[in-house]
Write a protein that binds this ligand. Structure first.
Ligand SMILES: [Zn+2]
Length: 275
């Protein structure tokens, strides 16, 4: 009887990337992580060369309940918004609570993730669009960048952003999964694209083709932890350290040195979020 050999998965620190990379989008304050795991997870990220991590809080209640998880970890900056899938659950005081949070906490750097999600379809599109517009208005009044979530809703997302005058404002298209058409729409408006782990999946040829042609000065890297772990960790719980494999794949597609992709996307993120 032959025994199946357990697959060896490499340590992200073994890629040898220098300190200076930025993980622009993670959800560490979710039930997939016990609070006491967050410190070791951030230590593993630092060992892999990650110098800053953007934690995305899904609404003001999560922010107020979980922000203390990061009080001793100054490398974590914050992103806060009501996700489109939660639009129907938005409470009356949520907008005021978010505005107060941004005025009170300098580590809050962007409104997000906000946008439209017609894939899960758990909130009606009319409600999603209203909540999206309200939060775009909040970002403008606070003068902070926005982080966009758009799934199976690209044309409506672009139409609302155009209608709200967001061309040439600081905006990143989170978890970019499109092809050359969507890349053109995003970059022609002066925005950034954040490249996630699925760029490492062999079947995502449209995404690979789009990324190969992207201008390195216009992209960020992210994990969307705990989801979407890159190869060779696909299927496992994701964590910020694994972003090193995404950087390696992006570098291969762009025919550049991984350290250059790592440090340049890190600089892009530092400039974008002001961290
Ligand atoms: Zn997210």
């Amino acid at each position: 009887m032959s025994r199946k050999k357990k697959r060896e998965r490499p340590d992200p620190a073994s890629l040898g990337l220098p300190a200076g990379g930025v993980e622009s989008h993670a959800h560490l304050d979710v039930e997939e992580f016990a609070p006491e795991e967050i410190g070791p997870v951030l230590d593993r990220a630092a060992a892999a060369g990650v110098s800053a991590v953007g934690n995305v809080f899904l609404g003001p209640a999560a922010y107020l309940a979980h922000r203390d998880f990061f009080k001793d970890r100054p490398e974590v900056f914050y992103i806060l918004g009501v996700h489109p899938c939660d639009a129907d659950k938005m409470a009356a005081g949520d907008m005021a609570a978010m505005e107060a949070a941004f005025r009170d906490e300098a580590r809050l750097r962007a409104v997000g993730e906000i946008g439209l999600d017609y894939y899960w379809d758990v909130s009606t599109s009319a409600t999603q669009q209203r909540v999206f517009r309200e939060q775009l208005e909040l970002a403008r009044s606070l003068d902070v960048p926005v982080v966009i979530h758009s799934r199976e809703a690209e044309r409506d997302t672009l139409a609302i952003l155009d209608d709200m005058g967001f061309k040439d404002r600081p905006l990143v298209w989170h978890c970019f999964g499109g092809g050359t058409w969507l890349a053109g729409e995003v970059f022609s408006r002066g925005w950034l694209a954040s490249i996630p782990g699925p760029v490492t999946y062999a079947k995502n040829t449209d995404l690979a083709e789009a990324v190969a042609a992207m201008d390195l000065s216009r992209i960020l890297l992210e994990t969307d932890t705990p989801y979407l772990a890159p190869e060779p960790w696909r299927g496992k719980r994701n964590e910020p350290a694994l972003i090193a494999f995404t950087a390696q794949r992006v570098a291969a597609l762009m025919e550049r040195d991984p350290a250059e992709v790592w440090l340049t996307t890190g600089d892009n993120a530092r400039r974008f979020f002001g961290v």
